[in-house]
Design a protein around this ligand. Structure first.
Ligand SMILES: C[S@@+](CC[C@H](N)C(=O)[O-])C[C@H]1O[C@@H](n2cnc3c(N)ncnc32)[C@H](O)[C@@H]1O
Length: 317
């Protein structure tokens, strides 16, 4: 008989190469989540790397990027074979390849006119770094991923696994700004995960290039107030963020964590699996990734325990 520890738990990787996606550190953050979750809210879902891998009764997938949420809804509603067929037909019709820049440009124009949700996935497949970027007129404007991006086998496999899983989940989608999300139905067995744009890192989120205003101290403070309200209502939360990054320090966040003795900082090693020793030392000095919780995780990151947990998770490749 297999011993429990030797059973590998597979992590599903979102088919979207999402900026700030948490796929690489799921092994560290999932063990810090509560063991029993009734409603799970992924408030800033992005590539939905986190929600798709959580065990809960019911899921809420929210992001204010409407086109992204429309695509997830389509993944859920359309048969897997039909979605893959649609994607392959589009590739054929626009002769998309790693070298056909004109085909990509034509297809991007077509998407911006029609906004068919599955076409967004095809566009991402052939875009630079597979990234999602919209301008202020809500037009997809990421450039062509020349000689690099295409709908390859890995992407197809990740997509299929993602769709199969999402179809099994009881899930509600919404495209609200977090300030508009209704938390009033939540209680003590529910859990809100927040992975907002990070205030002190300069990603494309923060410069308004993705079709929304960006993330400033105003949004940061509003989010922290929302989390305080959840704490008062006895609802658990976890917030991903960085306290320090390349010489910058998020004083708002640090002051806020210190203001409540229930708030706990769990340090995350962002370079655990993908860097050599020297890089780890250098990057540790420049960035401090954390998961802030309003509860004491059952497993704290003591080295020996943590290493065992890490071994138990594997990312599908
Ligand atoms: C760091 S990403 C989330 C990545 C995700 N956890 C993953 O692993 O794939 C942050 C997300 O927050 C969304 N966002 C930004 N401002 C928001 C707001 N005011 N309300 C809701 N979502 C917002 C962005 O569209 C983006 O998808």
């Amino acid at each position: 008989m297999l011993k429990e520890k030797s059973v590998t738990k597979y992590i599903i990787k979102s088919p979207l190469n999402y900026i700030g996606g948490k796929a690489k550190i799921l092994n560290q953050i999932l063990p810090l989540f509560p063991k029993k979750i009734n409603n799970f809210i992924d408030l800033f879902a992005g590539g939905f790397n986190v929600g798709i891998n959580v065990n809960a009764e019911k899921f809420f997938c929210n992001d204010n990027l409407t086109f992204l949420i429309d695509m997830f809804k389509e993944f859920k509603e359309v048969e897997l074979e039909d979605s893959v067929y649609h994607i392959e037909k589009r590739i054929e019709r626009f002769k998309l390849s790693q070298t056909n820049q004109n085909g990509f440009i034509e297809f991007r124009k077509f998407y911006n006119k029609t906004k068919q949700p599955l076409d967004l996935f095809v566009l991402i497949a052939y875009s630079f770094n597979h990234q999602i970027r919209f301008n202020n007129n809500h037009e997809f404007n990421n450039p062509f991923g020349k000689n690099r991006s295409c709908f390859n086998e890995t992407m197809k496999l990740n997509l299929e696994r993602f769709i199969i899983k999402i179809k099994k989940m009881e899930i509600e989608f919404s495209n609200k700004c977090f300030t508009e999300f209704d938390f009033t139905f939540l209680s003590e067995d529910d859990f809100v995960y927040c992975d907002p744009p990070y205030l002190i890192t300069t990603g494309t989120y923060n410069d308004g290039k993705r079709g929304f205003k960006g993330w400033s101290t105003k949004e940061e403070i509003a989010l922290l107030k929302t989390l305080d309200k959840l704490t008062k209502a006895n609802v658990k939360f976890a917030l991903s963020n960085v306290l320090e990054h390349k010489g910058k320090s998020n004083e708002i966040l640090k002051d806020w964590v210190n203001s409540n003795s229930n708030y706990q900082i769990n340090t995350i090693d962002f370079n655990y699996s993908n860097s050599n020793y020297q890089t780890i030392i250098r990057d540790k000095k420049s960035s401090k990734e954390v998961l802030i919780t309003n509860y004491q995780p059952l497993i704290t990151k003591q080295k020996s325990l943590f290493d065992e947990i890490y071994e138990d998770y594997e990312i599908y490749r």
